[in-house]
Write a protein that binds this ligand. Structure first.
Ligand code: URP
Ligand code: ZN
Ligand code: ZN
Length: 479
């Protein structure tokens, strides 16, 4: 099957050029002018449009069993919604229960994800520790192409990883060439504040941000970064939401530590006033962790993204409908945590980023696709338009207006945190594995067409760091 995208402006993270793109069997085979293509090739007119690498969302939770329920979006509907928004790959999370073998959980998630319509990959969470976890982490890296392990520093008495697990797992990551990642919130503090608020009779969604103030995130970010520094392993912080965490990342990077940050479209755009909506369901629909932050933090995140302290954008797409959120009607700490966005991210980011002059078109590609591909070691298979790369492409119409709404979105959730917002700049066509899967507002997807993408370990960087640590023990920075 072959496809020629003609007349568009090709936008990669490093440059923009006017060139045609020829795809065959799911791969980009040629880029240039006046390409000689076989008879029968499907021609797409991209004149006046941008031709960009499809978005990579490095943080989603399709059909996640969480807080007594299961996220309403499954891998089929969620990856389809992603394609409708120009996102051609997700990296979701395998989250084993404490004491559950990692491989068993991995197989379960792989079964669920086999319905995906776009390509996908997995981070695996380390929620407990013993010798079998130590061994299975290596198996996942070597046999299954998992190169990143997630640690929830929050969610006490559920999936929280304490310091002992963090230290053991970060050290194991260094040995096997994998990237540790963290959800940085101090779970002990959250539990303490939740109890205190409930005891004071504050039970509504407005208590959610009060139980998870920014210092709770700043402390955990600092702790994770310092543990990674002591061990000498790189670190990736998911959903960085506030100045306190940004400052920790900036300081570490300035001191030469390899620390990466991700921010969410929601955290860039919304503030904590959403929790004071007089309609309980609307306020509860915004309950996610870390919460939306007081005014001012959003601009800090934008500047961090612009300045390179934060490298990636994601959504933490984790859908719970109103009936599920209602589980916390009398106790805010029981409201399932999560909001959607896999379909909306690129449009919001373009509108608030490029249209407002915060990002160039090339920077947009970097933070929506390329940087995730590089950090998680699948570049240049993904994250760029180059000969030999996968033909995952979004043809972007900078003039197209689109109103984001739960009434029209493809996401399987009855709420949209960007409800009613009209953005300028939207996907015209999305191409996945060289096939048109979204055009004229319509999806044309095949269940199970998405492939599991293996991500190789990072031996060279890690071996160098380990050698440096050995040569310089005890590891010390001269100030
Ligand atoms: O509220 C959130 N973010 N729910 C999903 C789980 C997580 O913490 O990433
Ligand atoms: Zn999280
Ligand atoms: Zn998450």
């Amino acid at each position: 099957m072959s496809l020629l995208i003609k007349g568009g402006k090709l936008v990669n993270a490093d440059q923009s050029v006017f060139a045609d793109v020829y795809c065959e069997d799911g791969i980009i085979k040629a880029i240039g002018k006046d390409l000689d293509v076989p008879a029968g090739t499907e021609i797409i007119d991209a004149a006046g449009k941008l031709v960009m690498p499809g978005g990579i969302d490095p943080h989603t939770h399709m059909q996640l069993p969480f807080m007594g329920t299961v996220a309403s979006e499954d891998f089929y509907s969620g990856t389809a919604a992603g394609l409708a928004g120009g996102t051609t790959m997700i990296i979701d999370f395998v989250i084993p229960n404490p004491q559950q073998p990692l491989m068993e959980a991995f197989e379960t998630w792989k079964g669920w994800a086999s319905r995906s319509v776009s390509d996908y990959s997995f981070h695996v969470a380390v929620t407990w520790w013993d010798d079998s976890v130590h061994q299975e982490m290596e198996q996942l890296v070597k046999e299954e192409g998992v190169n990143s392990f997630k640690h929830f520093m929050a969610y006490k008495d559920a999936i929280m990883a304490g310091d002992e697990t963090l230290v053991n797992s970060f050290n194991r990551c260094l040995e096997i060439g994998a990237m540790p990642t963290v959800h940085a919130e101090n779970g002990e503090l959250v539990a303490h504040l939740q109890k205190k608020l409930l005891k004071a009779g504050i039970t509504g969604p407005e208590a959610h941000p009060q139980s998870r103030p920014t210092e709770v995130e700043g402390e955990a970010a600092n702790r994770a970064i310092r543990i990674a520094q002591s061990i000498g392993v790189p670190l990736y912080l998911v959903h960085v939401s506030c100045k306190e965490a940004v400052d920790e990342i900036a300081r570490a990077r300035q001191e030469g530590q390899r620390v990466y940050g991700e921010c969410l479209a929601g955290h860039l755009e919304l503030d904590d006033s959403v929790y004071h909506n007089t309609d309980w369901s609307t306020a509860a629909a915004h309950v996610m962790s870390p919460p939306f932050r007081p005014k001012g933090h959003q601009e800090v995140l934008w500047k961090a993204l612009q300045g390179g302290t934060i490298q990636t954008t994601a959504t933490d797409h984790c859908c719970f409908c109103a009936d599920q959120k209602a589980a916390g009607k009398d106790d805010f700490s029981k409201i399932p945590n999560g909001t959607a966005g896999v379909e909306d991210r690129l449009m919001v980011l373009w509108d608030s980023g490029v249209n407002k002059g915060r990002l160039t078109e090339n920077e947009f590609v970097a933070v929506s696709s390329t940087n995730s591909a590089k950090i998680f070691n699948i570049y240049p298979q993904k994250g760029c338009i180059a000969v030999g790369s996968d033909a995952d492409i979004v043809i972007w119409d900078t003039d197209k207006s689109h109103t984001l709404s739960a009434k029209t979105h493809h996401q399987k959730i009855d709420f949209n945190i960007f409800e009613g917002r009209t953005v300028k700049g939207a996907p015209h066509i999305t191409i996945s594995q060289g096939k048109v899967v979204f055009k004229d507002g319509k999806l044309n997807v095949t269940e199970g067409a998405g492939r599991y993408i293996k991500r190789p370990a990072f031996p060279s960087i890690f071996e160098a760091v380990e050698k440096y640590n050995q040569d310089n023990a005890p590891y010390k920075i001269e100030r």
